[in-house]
Ligand binder design. Structure first.
Ligand SMILES: C[S@@+](CC[C@H](N)C(=O)[O-])C[C@H]1O[C@@H](n2cnc3c(N)ncnc32)[C@H](O)[C@@H]1O
Length: 356
């Protein structure tokens, strides 16, 4: 099936990395056909159920659509009439335009005209507020120009993808799960959105055993638990251990173990499939992060022992710690890194590691 994914543009590299990691986890073979800021077009070896599963557990994607036809501004009316809309929709619908950038598009006219064609062909009513289906006209392949002030603008679009929305991100999930709404809150809790992204980058499958050895208030584990996983956690602070237990219970999870332990001394009865973690960033920036580096190094050696040979680790760390130095003399290698600018003096680095 050919799909279009509308990606969040709040980070340059994470949305695509998360999407491709999740496709790998679900065993979906894919080819990237087109790529623009915020939009990626792919051929995927998956049916609608699997695409639904893919789209419903992504932090940095807004929408997944099934492509129906590629057309152009000149041909869209003719091509839209040739589509058997009665085989595509069987309920109320609306038509929406989506474009890459700010190029010229006769949005209202197109939405109205294509809506008229679909209504006639399918016999289904238009509903702008509460439609069962959304048909999107996605304008891509722009012709760009640069003016004398070196400003880029789009002159026209050379392609329109007619697509049906399959999954629309439910923004309430992240809103309802804000850390301060949990029974136990502590400043420094990770946002649910980044936590889910890290779980996806760690290639967490359903029924996996997932470890967060620096669990804090349990934010990462809550996102991993939504995938029906067994959760294992540790923290050196007793109140964090108790807080995580409270938070996991409040989510309705039953399969979890939370240890009050220094990660470097943690002993487990089983090996884990994936690790996602957000260790402390330390205060030693002026010392070049020496203490933090030592903790990370020792922690990663300990964690590698608990990780299955084909497992992944996703970790967050501050920009001033060079993880390539940290992993020297460990059995781990760095697969990818992504930067998230938090404020003037802190950029968070999200790193994916595996065993060599
Ligand atoms: C940045 S916080 C984690 C926040 C967490 N992701 C959340 O959403 O609440 C880091 C945690 O690591 C814990 N910690 C620090 N040193 C540790 C160690 N050596 N072993 C285990 N936990 C440790 C701290 O107590 C703290 O709760």
């Amino acid at each position: 099936m050919e799909i279009t994914v509308i990606l969040s543009q709040e980070n340059e590299t994470l949305p695509k990395a998360e999407l491709t990691a999740r496709m790998e986890t679900l065993g979906i073979a894919y080819t990237i056909l087109e790529e623009y800021p915020g939009v990626i077009v792919l051929e995927v070896d998956a049916d609608e159920d699997l695409v639904n599963k893919l789209g419903s557990h992504l932090a940095y994607s807004h929408e997944v659509l099934e492509n129906i036809k590629h057309t152009t501004v000149e041909d869209i009316m003719k091509d839209a009439k040739e589509i058997s809309w009665d085989e595509i929709i069987d309920g109320s619908f609306k038509v929406r335009v989506r474009r890459i950038g700010n190029g010229p598009v006769a949005r209202n006219e197109l939405e109205r005209n294509i809506g008229g064609i679909i209504k006639k062909s399918s016999g289904m009513p238009v509903s702008l507020d509460d439609s069962e289906y959304t048909i999107k006209l996605i304008f891509t392949k722009p012709t760009e120009t640069i003016n004398e002030h070196k400003e880029l603008s789009i002159l026209k679009y050379n392609k329109i993808i007619i697509a049906k929305s399959i999954v629309l991100q439910d923004k309430r999930h992240f809103f309802d799960n804000k850390p301060h709404k949990r029974p136990y809150f502590h400043p420094g809790s990770m946002s649910p959105k980044l936590a889910l992204c890290m779980v996806n980058l760690a290639h967490v499958h359903e029924n996996d055993v997932v470890l967060d050895p620096f669990c804090g208030t349990g934010g990462i584990l809550i996102e991993a638990g939504c995938l029906n996983t067994k959760l294992i956690a540790s923290d050196i602070e007793r109140h964090m251990v108790e807080g995580t237990r409270l938070n996991l219970e409040a989510e309705g999870f039953r399969e979890f173990e939370v240890y009050w332990e220094d990660v470097r001394k943690l002993e487990l009865n089983e090996r884990v499939d994936a690790v996602a973690m957000d260790p402390p960033y330390g205060i030693s920036t002026t010392l070049g992060g020496i203490d933090t580096k030592k903790l990370y190094h020792e922690a990663l050696i300990a964690i590698a022992k608990h990780l299955k040979d084909d497992g992944y680790i996703c970790m967050a760390s501050p920009h001033y710690i060079d993880l390539y130095e940290v992993i020297e003399d460990t059995p781990l290698e760095i697969l990818e890194q992504h930067a998230i600018r938090m404020h003037k003096s802190l950029t968070r680095i999200i790193t994916v590691l595996s065993k060599r």
